[in-house]
Design a protein around this ligand. Structure first.
Ligand SMILES: Cc1cc2nc3c(=O)[nH]c(=O)nc-3n(C[C@H](O)[C@H](O)[C@H](O)COP(=O)(O)OP(=O)(O)OC[C@H]3O[C@@H](n4cnc5c(N)ncnc54)[C@H](O)[C@@H]3O)c2cc1C
Length: 524
């Protein structure tokens, strides 16, 4: 086997496929490089449906609608797969972060069964897409193993197992764990899968374009207006006239709407490592820690990698470098690591009552749809969202539409964590205005670093580029006016309240904000 290419972001050539962070994910490597091309300039100005966002949700909905005879334009603010789909770990599961026990408790037994059915349909859909469209995306069927390391975890594991069985999901108890980590009890859930998410997305994109669909990259939809005969999705001077707009943006941009308060942004960390031995797990494995670790292997260009994720925390709260260090220490404690080839982090949204929000946008004009709140399960939930949304746009019934309806009101199901999340938003709104490091001179800021500083009594977000150029910005997120924090690892300004993110120079990376951070000119 060839020696793996040394892949350290500090000297690695920038990947052609960009992502919403400066660390490179394993999926952005060379195999993929020549397959994604930018769309040619296109002047098409009207269509049946505008899909906003080029991740797994957007392309699943786009292919389905185009296949069903609708004319579809997919608008992506950056390039295809720029969002979390480019930074996922791509486990395809028959269970979710919200356990069937939790769904049963909050929504009832029938809903837990329906949730399991939706998830199974998503898994089947990915297999069908790969087979029907001949998408070579390394799709493989796997078992999943979940293990408990102490008695309290074992209780939770028992509840997970029993509720999965009640919901009709295949699972059993097994004797040993596939990892070199001691376990008290292990359960196995067959019928899982894994794939290369960007090969899959490229495949869907090709099908979509072959069917006549149009992809507009570098096209941020800034606003959607209602007019007499439908909607106008606006991007700068460009106007797309349409009957329906689907926000497949992971979080719905614009305004401060109910969905922003019902979704908490979290960051998860991933390492792809090579080992000195052959302890790569063949299957998908999860522990029961809080936050949990997730493990799998993937072969890319002949090299096998162990992919380990975890150390999740709320966006903008903990130090990303510490999260990476802890994940690295943990991985090295349990595996004989040869090389850390990739490390990256990405963002996901935790829904208030445990289920995703997929359907008509509450309180918006007819024809506006959204899909968000997938937790760490967007491969399956984004896939089922694509199916639900395409049915809703065509005014067809869908068996899962009611369960995931964003307009559902289940106050009793709302996790007490959400109350904490919103108190936390209020905390950041006030406390961040008070504290900051007093800086005498911008010369004190190290190169390639951002910091929130007090300059002449005023709080300023300062970034100094590697070449010494200084950018001074307002630290106030234009979405809900919380203060952003510097993410030293992904090199971005992250808002701790609703997860808006900005480049070091203040340009909007991802919503729910719609504007850049304001540039500040400081007195000389
Ligand atoms: C580290 C990590 C590991 C994960 N692992 C798994 C896993 O193993 N299995 C699993 O099922 N799920 C996993 N998830 C979750 C899953 O990856 C996501 O839920 C999923 O990728 C979301 O897909 P999406 O298409 O909805 O959003 P995204 O992939 O984020 O795509 C949204 C797109 O919309 C674009 N956009 C935003 N605003 C606009 C606008 N105004 N105009 C135009 N375009 C816009 C963005 O640029 C972006 O490209 C993981 C998440 C993280 C963070």
């Amino acid at each position: 086997m060839n020696e793996p290419e040394k892949q350290n972001t500090s000297f690695r050539e920038k990947p052609i496929l960009p992502r919403d962070g400066s660390n490179e994910s394993i999926w952005q490597g060379s195999t993929f490089r020549h397959q994604l091309t930018n769309s040619p300039e296109n002047t098409e100005e009207s269509c049946d449906v505008v899909i906003v966002g080029g991740g797994i949700t957007g392309f699943t909905a786009a292919v389905r609608l185009q296949e069903q005879g609708k004319s579809v334009i997919l608008a992506e603010a950056h390039t295809v797969a720029y969002g979390t789909t480019g930074g996922t770990s791509a486990h395809i599961n028959t269970f979710a972060d919200t356990t069937y026990a939790e769904v049963e408790q909050n929504f009832g037994y029938d809903s837990a069964k329906l949730f399991a059915r939706a998830i199974q349909e998503a898994v089947d859909t990915i297999h069908t897409h790969a087979a029907t469209y001949r998408i070579d995306c390394d799709l493989e069927t796997k078992d999943a193993y979940v293990y408990a390391e102490d008695e309290s975890q074992q209780k939770e594991l028992d509840s997970l197992l029993e509720s999965a069985l009640r919901a009709g999901v295949n699972a059993d108890v097994v004797a040993g764990s596939p990892l070199p980590i001691p376990a008290l009890k292990v359960i196995r859930l067959p019928g899982q899968a894994q794939f290369h998410p960007l090969k899959y997305l490229t495949g869907l994109r090709k099908v979509f374009e072959a069917l006549g669909g149009i992809v507009l990259e570098h096209t941020r939809i800034e606003d959607v207006e209602q007019e007499e005969n439908g909607l106008i999705a606006r991007s700068g001077d460009r106007k797309l006239r349409t009957r329906a707009v689907v926000y497949a943006t992971h979080i719905t941009p614009g305004g401060v709407n109910a969905l922003h308060f019902l979704n908490a942004p979290y960051r998860s960390y991933v390492l792809a490592v090579t080992l000195n031995d052959d302890a790569y797990p063949d299957d998908l494995v999860y522990d029961m820690q809080e936050p949990y670790h997730y493990f799998r292997s993937h072969v890319i260009d002949g090299q096998k990698y162990l992919i380990v994720g975890g150390n999740d925390h709320k966006t903008g709260h903990d130090d990303p470098e510490v999260a990476f260090q802890e994940l690295e220490t943990y991985t090295k404690e349990h595996f004989n690591v040869k090389d850390i080839a990739y490390r990256w982090s990405s963002q996901y949204y935790v829904p208030a009552d445990g289920l995703p929000y997929i359907g008509k946008m509450p309180g918006s004009p007819n024809g506006l749809y959204t899909a968000t709140g997938y937790n760490g399960n967007g491969m399956i939930l984004g896939t089922i969202a694509g199916k639900i949304l395409s049915d809703l746009v065509r005014e067809r019934e869908n068996p899962y539409a009611e369960l995931f309806d964003p307009g559902r009101i289940k106050p009793l199901a709302i996790n007490p964590e959400l109350i904490k999340e919103n108190a936390d938003v209020a905390y950041h709104f006030i406390a961040d205005r008070l504290s900051a490091e007093e800086l005498d001179s911008l010369r004190d800021v190290p190169e390639d670093t951002g910091m929130i500083a007090k300059i002449g009594g005023k709080k300023v977000a300062v970034y100094k580029s590697p070449s010494g150029e200084v950018h001074t910005l307002s630290p106030v997120c234009p979405h809900a006016h919380c203060y952003v924090n510097w993410n030293a690892s992904e090199k971005s300004w992250d808002c701790p309240c609703h997860g808006a993110r900005f480049s070091p120079e203040g340009q909007l990376i991802t919503g729910p904000a719609r504007k850049d951070l304001e540039k500040l000119t400081l007195p000389a």
